[in-house]
Design a protein around this ligand. Structure first.
Ligand code: NAP
Ligand code: ZN
Length: 352
C-alpha cells in the first residue's frame, strides 16, 4: 500500500479539500497510472453531496472522478497490453467478475460484482470504498484500462471516458445515423458530447436548452437546430417528429413535454440522473407506441469502440481546464449550467 494525494470531501455539506489516500501496490494484473487530467462529471457532484442517497449512499471520505487520463508508471508481471509510458484512460468501471452473462455480453457495468471507480466497495480491501480520479495516481486492473487514440488532445479526451460513452451507447442502440432526427436535451457535459457524436454519426441534431445564450455554441458543436425549451411555440413546431431524444438533464424537469415530440414508435432515453423521480404520463407514451428507456455508461469494449470512433473523427470534449483548487467553484458553476462544456482538472496542480 502507498499514499496518493487526492481531493476528498468528508460529508455532504463539506467542500472538497486536499488529503492523502491509500492505494494498493500493483498486483500481477494491475496497471499503475499517474493521473494527468480528470473530468468533472455532474455525477461527481451528486455523489459528493449524497444526492443519490436512496439508491446508493455515499461513504466518506469521498474522492470523486471517473474521467481519467494518465500515463502508465508501473505494470504487474502478468500485464500484457500496457507498458510504462503508455497514455491510457479509465472511466467509471475499475472491476467486474468477467464471468457473468452481463460481462460476457460486454455490459460489465451491470455485473453483480461491478466495481465503480469511486464510492464502490473496494474488493482489494485497501479502503472501505474505491477512490476516484481527483488524485495523482490510481491502480486499476488491466482489463478496465482503455487506449487513447494518439491524435486526441489529452484534456479534451478525458470527458470521453464518461460523458462520451454515456451518450455514444444509447445513440448506437437506437440506430442513430443518416436520416434520423435526434434531439439532445440539456447542453452540459453529456449533452455537448451527444451533439458531437450524433452529428458525426450523420443524424439531424436538435438541441433543447434552457440557456438561450448557448444557441450559437450548439450550432458550432454540430447541432442543425436549437430550441429554447421554455418557448412553448418553438417546442410545438417539433411535435411527433423525433426518432430519438436523449435526455441529459441533471435536475427536475418535465419529460412529458419531450415525449410529445417523439414520433410514433420513437424513443426517449434518459441518461440524466436527477435526484428525485420524474412523473411520466401513460398517455404521453401510449399515444404513438413510444418507448421510454434509460442507459448507464457502457461496457469496456464499447468504450474502446467509442474512443476509436472519436479518434477517427477527431472528436474531443470542449473543456475548461482548471486547477484542482478551483473544483468547488466548478461545482457551483455546474449547478448554474455555467460550464462550456466540461471542467477538466489539470492534476499537475495537485502537487502545488
Ligand atoms: P451538466 O454538465 O451539469 O449538464 C446538465 C445540463 O442540464 C445543464 O447544462 C443544463 O443544460 C441542463 N439543466 C440543468 N438544470 C436544469 C433544469 N432545472 N431544467 C432543465 N435543464 C436543466 O451535467 P452532466 O455532467 O452532463 O450530467 C448530466 C446528468 O447525467 C447528471 O444527472 C449526471 O449524474 C448524469 N449522468 C448519467 C450517466 C449515466 O450513465 N446514465 C453518466 C454520467 C452522468 P441547458 O443549459 O442547455 O439547459
Ligand atoms: Zn460521469
Amino acid at each position: 500500500m502507498y499514499k496518493a494525494r487526492a481531493y476528498a470531501c468528508v460529508s455532504p455539506t463539506a467542500v472538497l479539500a486536499g488529503t492523502t489516500i491509500p492505494r494498493r501496490d500493483v498486483t500481477d494484473r494491475d496497471v499503475q497510472i499517474e493521473i494527468l487530467f480528470c473530468g468533472v462529471c455532474h455525477s461527481d457532484l451528486h455523489t459528493a453531496r449524497d444526492e443519490w442517497h436512496s439508491v446508493m449512499q455515499t461513504v466518506y471520505p469521498c474522492v470523486p472522478g471517473h474521467e481519467i487520463i494518465g500515463r502508465v508508471t508501473q505494470v504487474g508481471a502478468g500485464v500484457t497490453r500496457f507498458k510504462v509510458g503508455d497514455v491510457v484512460g479509465v472511466g467509471c468501471l475499475v472491476g467486474s467478475d468477467h464471468t457473468c452473462s452481463n460481462c460476457k455480453n460486454g455490459l460489465e457495468q451491470f455485473c453483480p460484482s461491478a466495481t465503480f471507480t469511486y464510492n464502490s466497495p473496494d474488493k482489494h480491501g485497501t479502503a472501505p470504498v474505491t477512490y476516484g480520479g481527483y488524485s495523482d495516481s490510481v491502480v486499476v486492473e488491466e482489463d478496465m484500462v482503455l487506449r487513447i487514440p494518439t491524435n486526441l488532445e489529452l484534456s479534451g479526451a478525458a470527458p470521453l471516458l464518461c460523458a462520451g460513452i454515456t451518450t455514444y451507447s444509447p445513440l448506437k442502440r437506437q440506430g442513430v445515423g443518416p436520416g434520423k432526427k435526434v434531439g439532445v436535451v440539456g447542453l452540459g457535459g453529456l449533452g455537448h458530447m451527444g451533439v458531437k457524436l450524433a452529428h458525426a454519426m450523420g443524424a439531424h441534431v436538435t438541441v433543447f436548452t434552457t440557456s438561450p445564450g448557448k444557441r450559437e455554441d450548439a450550432l458550432k458543436l454540430g447541432a442543425d437546430e436549437v430550441v429554447v425549451s421554455k418557448n412553448a411555440g418553438e417546442m410545438k413546431k417539433h411535435a411527433s417528429t423525433f426518432d430519438m431524444i436523449l435526455d441529459c438533464v441533471s435536475a427536475d424537469h418535465d419529460i412529458n413535454a419531450y415525449l410529445s415530440l417523439v414520433r410514433t414508435g420513437g424513443n426517449l432515453t434518459l441518461v440524466g440522473a436527477p435526484e428525485k423521480p420524474l412523473p411520466v404520463s401513460a398517455f404521453a407514451l401510449f399515444f404513438g407506441n413510444k418507448t421510454l428507456g434509460g442507459s448507464m455508461i457502457g461496457g469496456i469494449a464499447q468504450t474502446q469502440e467509442m474512443l476509436d470512433f472519436c479518434g477517427q473523427h477527431g472528436i474531443t470534449s470542449d473543456v475548461e481546464v482548471i486547477p484542482i483548487q478551483k473544483v468547488n467553484e466548478a461545482y457551483e458553476r455546474m449547478l448554474k449550467s455555467d460550464v462550456k462544456y466540461r471542467f477538466v482538472i489539470d492534476m499537475a496542480t495537485l502537487k502545488a
